[in-house]
Design a protein around this ligand. Structure first.
Ligand code: SAH
Ligand code: TMP
Length: 410
């Protein structure tokens, strides 16, 4: 890991706008045997007024985050399964796979949540997924996977072995890839002349709007806006053709891109670019204010938790999310305040949260012995989690959220 005060896209100067202190790996769930070896790094964010890219100053090595024990499994949410079924259908409906013998590539295919809809239709496909844990789950579903990190060199090998792609897809992963110039080059190499890149990632506009600073953790080396996406892919001769907001992960943007002057861009692109400029997404001042808001939010959350405990209330959290790693470690929240975190991912159960060391238990512990208050750490899955826990509310249990401000949900 090296100090990075320069923008990863164009080496313009980064202004440091947020310091979230020493942090462990967002998905670094661990057992007490590993406490003395736990890895910490300094989580600082910078913004470049030239490239408009909001990014981490330092990021742990990709191999430290994505490996055979990688804990995040996409299919752990039923609503995300529905989302990716709709995503696949939109690719078919738009005719992106209408040619003869179409070929699609997905970067960061995880457990196969999206590609299974292509494999199921016998469409030629390949997933690129370096984390063995989830890559194997997708192989068991009959999906073709290359267990590697995406790079322009890999793109050339794929073209040699399979030919060029009609569609490259990527969800919640391009924002993980530090060498963004190489990524853009690789996508351009992979695509046919009229091929498209369709990708979605948490949207910077929503992070600023909601104050959802927990979107900032090791894996998210970037938080994109259309302004920055435009600049990234310009360098590889590509342009944005369409943008579509998504409610997933607390507010995401789906971008469709193609090679310059090949396909017609929708008016949604120009509208969003103007809107982002008007809202200050390209201006350093917005990020300076954001830093103050984050500090206040973390302080308020911890005070709320302390108030509950001082009054004799019990408190647990719902969802062992990578996002909440940032909150617990920045705000200084640990097992003295939060009794446990429940989560439906088997590989997380029996472990402890990174840095803060709160025990992780199955969801049944929550329904059997509900706390007085529950922090909605998986706030982006609020609808699904609350629907599955109606008795908790009926029996007087209260949810706490930190977005858009710290509050007990009525
Ligand atoms: N697309 C899924 C998974 C998102 S999590 C979804 O939206 O739910 C990000 C995934 O990308 C992880 O499975 C991780 O192992 C993988 N990944 C991280 N860096 C990558 C890279 N450079 N190339 C390809 N995959 C990568
Ligand atoms: P995410 O916010 O990064 O998608 O992570 C959500 C976490 O919450 C993941 O570990 C799965 C877990 N979860 C549950 O335990 N129960 C649920 O009902 C849902 C939707 C998620």
């Amino acid at each position: 890991m090296s100090a990075q005060a320069k923008c990863r896209l164009d080496e313009s100067t980064l202004e440091i706008v947020l310091d979230l202190g020493k942090q462990p790996l967002g998905n670094g769930f661990l057992t007490p045997d590993d406490y003395d070896r736990e890895y910490f790094y300094s989580l600082k964010c910078g913004f470049s007024a030239a490239s408009k890219l909001f990014q981490l100053v330092d990021q742990p090595a990709p191999e430290a985050m994505f490996h055979h024990d990688y804990a995040f499994v996409s299919g752990s949410s039923q609503l995300m399964q529905n989302h990716f079924s709709d995503f696949a259908n939109s690719i078919f409906d738009k005719g992106f796979c209408a040619g003869s013998s179409p070929f699609v590539v997905e970067i960061g295919s995880n457990d196969g949540i999206l590609l299974r809809h292509f494999a199921g239709r016998n469409i030629r496909h390949v997933g690129i997924e370096p984390s063995g844990s989830v890559a194997e789950m997708s192989e068991n579903r009959g999906i073709n996977v290359l267990k590697e990190f995406f790079s322009s060199a890999l793109a050339e090998r794929i073209v040699d072995n399979y030919g060029k792609a009609d569609v490259v897809m990527a969800s919640n992963v391009l924002c993980h890839i530090p060498d963004i110039r190489d990524l853009a080059r690789g996508v351009a190499t992979l695509l046919k002349a009229d091929g498209v890149l369709v990708f979605e990632d948490p949207y910077l506009g929503d992070v600023l709007r909601l104050g959802s600073y927990d979107q900032i953790y090791d894996e998210h080396v970037f938080l994109f806006s259309a302004l920055s996406v435009q600049r990234i892919f310009e360098s590889a001769g590509m342009e944005i053709l369409d943008v579509q907001w998504q409610p997933t992960h607390g507010g995401s943007m789906r971008y469709t891109l193609g090679k310059k002057r090949r396909l017609r861009a929708s008016s949604s692109v120009e509208i969003l670019l103007l809107e982002e400029t008007a809202k200050g997404l390209g201006s350093i001042d917005s990020f300076r204010n954001f830093g103050l808001r984050v500090a206040e939010s973390a302080l308020k959350l911890k005070s709320k938790f302390e108030e509950i405990r001082n009054e004799g209330g019990s408190l647990a959290a719902y969802g062992a999310t990578s996002k909440s790693t940032t909150i617990y470690n920045y705000a200084g929240i640990g097992p003295d305040l939060v009794d446990y975190v429940c989560d439906n991912t088997e590989s997380k159960q029996g472990k402890f949260t990174p840095g803060s060391h709160i025990p992780i238990v199955p969801e049944v512990n929550f329904s059997d012995q509900p706390p007085d208050y529950a922090f909605l750490a998986a706030w982006n899955h609020e609808y699904e989690v609350r629907n599955a826990n109606v008795p908790f509310e009926q029996n007087g249990g209260k949810w706490i959220s930190h977005v858009p401000e710290v509050r007990v949900i009525d």
